[in-house]
Design a binder for this molecule. Structure first.
Ligand code: BES
Ligand code: ZN
Ligand code: ZN
Length: 500
């Protein structure tokens, strides 16, 4: 997608589609300010006939009136002005983009000044609108070879039209959105890639490529190195698959040499069959998304480098396949993790926490000031929060609060669940230091309680993205498939940090 910023008056914009944001009940005033009075009058009449009220997401397409040189006009409802949010702006443009795809239009001019929002400055508004465009534009059609002509093959060009004097602010918003969304798109692509293509080695190679391009340090550990590291929990999960595990370690040095890094750890199960505790076949195809946390880490590392953030980061992705076979771990097996703690594997389908345990032990050598892990960890999280919130738990309340704030700002919302010590009772084992399941009650919490045992002494927060990592139906900024959740959240959090 090409994005340009221009000071052309909307009615002078030639060809393509002109997009106007309209707050509820403000059709007249919102448009008159932006367009000539004649055009505004035509809009008002047409809108009246069509019952356009400006409620959130309402879309009205009009033929252009005389005096307007675009091919068509698109009005998008923004709801009540005083309840406006950045997310509403994002979704508005995302909705328009999806419409563009449907009608095979490749030129969209966004009337920037019609998308007012007092809470946000000019750069933030530009950022939200361009994010909406980039996210709404995304689809994964690499493997669709038929019906090429019915799909929109021409890349969409988005023009921001504004009369603001602060073009620099608009441009800076555009470049932030472009950097962050490139990370989101990378994460989505990785999640959408099917299991036959996506081995742990494939993921490692893609990460290596990202590092080379973005100027990050990259280290990949194979089976032999993992054995030397005594990462028995991760190796246990990997042992059923003929595909070798990889520990992906990416380092970004944007801060001073003495600054301690923030560690991002992402679950990278390239496919989760459940292992010997095999999953039902219905819906199992979705389990190619079980590396969504890892994808978010890789995408965030790329975004951090492109944004030139002034911090140090280490991104770690334990990449494995959870497969059934004669060599797979059995229920009842006891694994010795890198930390020395022993784990009774009661259910081989609770594999994510096993690989995270070792990955979190591994990052200790970097002496991180904070450790944030992301994982498609529990089905229970979908039961608790559905698809509209990521669960957040941890031992650092301040970090949790900052992440929740970043979630509100970025549109990737979080909801905290308690991690009281009583929950740890459920994962006590009769034969080992801990067991990997805690029964049906509070499945998301007991999974976090398990990880907590390996995060002792660290400032640690866990994000369960099982419900938010995959989009089933298609929403304004999410096409079917991987969502890339986590990249916008973490980019927003890291941008807001003021490390001394
Ligand atoms: N990858 C799954 C969790 C998951 C389920 C993610 C649905 C996305 C959508 C995880 O490895 C798993 O299978 N967890 C088990 C844990 C249970 C055995 C304690 C679960 O949630 O059923
Ligand atoms: Zn599983
Ligand atoms: Zn899993």
């Amino acid at each position: 997608m090409k994005i340009v910023v221009k000071t052309t008056k909307p009615e002078k914009q030639k060809g393509g589609c002109l997009l106007l944001g309209v707050y509820a009940g403000r059709l007249r005033s919102a448009t008159e300010k932006e367009l000539s009075p004649e055009v505004a009058a035509v809009l008002k009449r047409a809108a009246g006939r069509e019952n356009f009220t400006g409620k959130i997401g309402q879309l009205l397409e009009l033929t252009t009136p005389d005096g307007c040189r675009a091919d068509r006009l698109l009005l998008i409802g923004l709801g009540e002005e005083k309840r406006g949010t950045g997310e509403i702006l994002r979704r508005a443009v995302g909705t328009a983009l999806q419409r563009m795809h449907k009608v095979h239009e490749s030129d969209l001019a966004v009337v920037f000044d019609s998308f007012t929002l007092r809470k946000l400055d000019t750069a933030q508004r530009a950022e939200a609108l361009v994010e909406g465009a980039l996210l709404g534009d995304y689809r994964f059609d690499r493997y669709q070879t038929e019906d090429k002509e019915t799909r929109n093959s021409k890349p969409i060009r988005v023009t921001l039209l504004t009369k603001t004097h602060d073009l620099q602010a608009v441009e800076s918003g555009v470049s932030v959105a472009a950097a962050v969304c490139a990370g989101v798109v990378l994460a989505r692509d990785l999640v959408n890639e099917p299991g036959n293509v996506k081995s742990p080695d494939y993921l490692a190679n893609r990460a290596q490529q990202v590092c080379t391009e973005a100027g990050l340090e990259c280290t990949i550990l194979g089976r032999a190195e993992l054995e030397k590291e005594q990462m028995g929990a991760m190796l246990g999960v990997a042992q059923g698959s003929s595909r070798e595990p990889r520990l992906i370690v990416m380092q970004y040095h944007g801060g001073s040499a003495e600054q301690k890094p923030i560690a991002l750890v992402g679950k990278g199960v390239v496919f989760d069959t459940g292992g010997i505790s095999i999953k039902p076949s219905e819906g199992m195809e979705e389990m190619k998304m079980d590396m969504g946390g890892g994808a978010a880490v890789i995408g965030t590392m790329q975004a951090a480098a492109r944004l030139k953030l002034p911090c140090n980061l280490v991104g770690v992705v334990p990449a494995v396949e959870n497969m059934t076979s004669g060599t797979a771990i059995r229920p009842g097996d006891i694994l010795t993790s890198q930390s020395g703690k022993t784990i009774e594997v009661v259910n081989t389908d609770a594999e994510g926490r096993l690989i995270l345990a070792d990955a979190i032990s591994y990052v200790r050598r970097f002496e991180p000031i904070q450790v944030i892990d992301l994982a498609t960890l529990t089905g229970a999280c979908i039961i608790a929060l559905g698809h509209h919130a990521t669960a957040v738990l941890g031992n650092d309340e301040k970090l949790i609060a900052s992440l929740i704030r970043a979630g509100e700002q970025s549109g990737e919302r979080l909801w905290q669940l308690p991690l009281w010590e009583e929950y740890a009772e459920q994962i006590k084992s009769e034969v080992a230091d801990v067991k990997n399941v805690g029964g049906r009650p509070a499945g998301t919490i007991t999974a976090a309680a398990f990880i907590q045992k390996f995060a002792d002494g660290l400032n640690w927060v866990h994000l369960d993205i099982a419900g938010t990592g995959w989009e089933e139906k298609g929403r304004p900024c999410y096409s079917f498939g991987g969502t890339g959740v986590g990249v916008r959240l973490l980019s927003c959090y890291l941008r807001g940090l003021h490390l001394s």
